[in-house]
Design a protein around this ligand. Structure first.
Ligand code: BGC
Length: 261
C-alpha cells in the first residue's frame, strides 16, 4: 500500500480488460478514484468498476475513442466532474495484429498507430494541459512494450508504434520535468491477457514464448499493475523518462542464457 495514493484520481484508458483492469483494480485497493475507459466492451468496464469498488476505491466507466481529441476530453471532463480533478493518467489502450508487412493494409497500420501512438499523444496532451493550467504535479504512465526495443517481424506496425511511444515519453518527460510532471513507460513482455489468451492456452505456444523469457514463464497482469502503482506513488518521486520493463528478462538477449555465443 502507498498511503499517499488514497483519494487520488486516475484515468486508465482501455480499462475494460487485461492489464488495464489489473491496474484499475490495484488502484482501487489503494483507495483511488478511477475513470475506467472502454471503447466497445461496456460489460468488461462495468466489471472493472465493480472490482475497483470491491477493492475499496471508486470507479466510473466511460466510453470514449482515445484516438480522437473529443474522446480524451470526455475522459478528463468525467474525472473532474465526478471526482474533482486528475492526478494520474495511464495510457494503456493498445491493439495489435499480425501481418506480413508487404501485405499489411493501410487500414491496419492506421488502426494500430492511432490507438497505440496517437492515443498516447492525445491522452498525454489532455493530462499535461490539466496539470500545467492548474500548476499541479502530475503523473503519466504509458504502457509500451518490450517491442519498443525488440524488433518484431510480422508486427512491424506494432513495433513502430511502441518505438514511437518510447521517444515520445522521453521527450515529454524532459519537456515537463521542471513542472514536477513525471512521465514513464512500462514495457510488459509476454503477459497473460485477452490479447494473448488463445496463444497461451495452447501448451506448445506457451512453451515457445516461455522459452524466450529467462524466467521461463508468462507474466500476470497483476505484476504489471504493481509496477504502475509504484510509478504512480511517491516512492518513484525521482524517476522520470524511463521504461520499466516487466518482462521476466525478455529484453536481455535470452538466446545467450546458457553461456551460448
Ligand atoms: C504483445 C504480446 C507479446 C509480447 C512479447 C507484447 O507487447 O502485446 O502479444 O506476447 O509483447 O512478444
Amino acid at each position: 500500500m502507498y498511503n499517499e495514493l488514497e483519494g487520488e484520481i486516475a484515468v486508465v484508458t482501455g480499462g475494460s480488460k487485461g492489464i488495464g483492469t489489473a491496474i484499475s483494480k490495484r488502484f482501487g485497493s489503494e483507495k483511488m478514484n478511477v475513470v475506467v475507459n472502454y471503447f466497445s466492451d461496456s460489460k468488461g468496464a462495468d466489471k472493472a468498476v465493480k472490482i475497483i469498488e470491491e477493492a475499496g476505491g471508486k470507479g466510473l466507466a466511460i466510453q470514449a475513442n482515445i484516438g480522437e481529441e473529443a474522446g480524451v476530453q470526455k475522459l478528463i471532463d468525467a474525472a473532474i466532474a465526478e471526482f474533482g480533478g486528475l492526478d494520474v493518467w495511464v495510457n494503456n489502450a493498445g491493439v495489435e495484429n499480425q501481418s506480413p508487412t508487404h501485405e499489411l493494409s493501410l487500414e491496419d497500420w492506421n488502426r494500430v498507430l492511432t490507438t497505440n501512438l496517437t492515443g498516447v499523444f492525445l491522452g498525454s496532451k489532455a493530462a499535461l494541459n490539466y496539470f500545467v493550467k492548474n500548476s499541479k504535479k502530475g503523473n503519466i504512465i504509458n504502457l509500451s512494450s518490450v517491442h519498443e526495443q525488440i524488433p518484431w517481424p510480422g508486427f512491424a506496425h506494432y513495433a513502430a508504434s511502441k518505438g514511437g511511444v518510447k521517444l515520445f515519453t522521453e521527450s515529454i518527460a524532459m519537456e515537463y520535468a521542471k513542472q514536477n510532471i513525471r512521465v514513464n513507460n512500462i514495457g510488459p513482455g509476454a503477459i497473460n491477457t485477452p490479447i494473448n489468451a488463445k496463444k497461451f492456452a495452447n501448451p506448445v505456444q506457451y512453451e515457445e514464448t516461455a522459452s524466450m523469457v529467462p524466467m521461463h514463464r508468462i507474466g500476470a497482469p497483476e505484476e504489471v499493475a504493481a509496477a504502475a502503482t509504484w510509478l504512480a506513488s511517491d516512492e518513484s518521486s525521482y524517476v522520470t523518462g524511463i521504461t520499466l520493463f516487466v518482462d521476466g528478462g525478455m529484453t536481455l538477449y535470452p538466446a545467450f542464457q546458457d553461456g551460448k555465443g
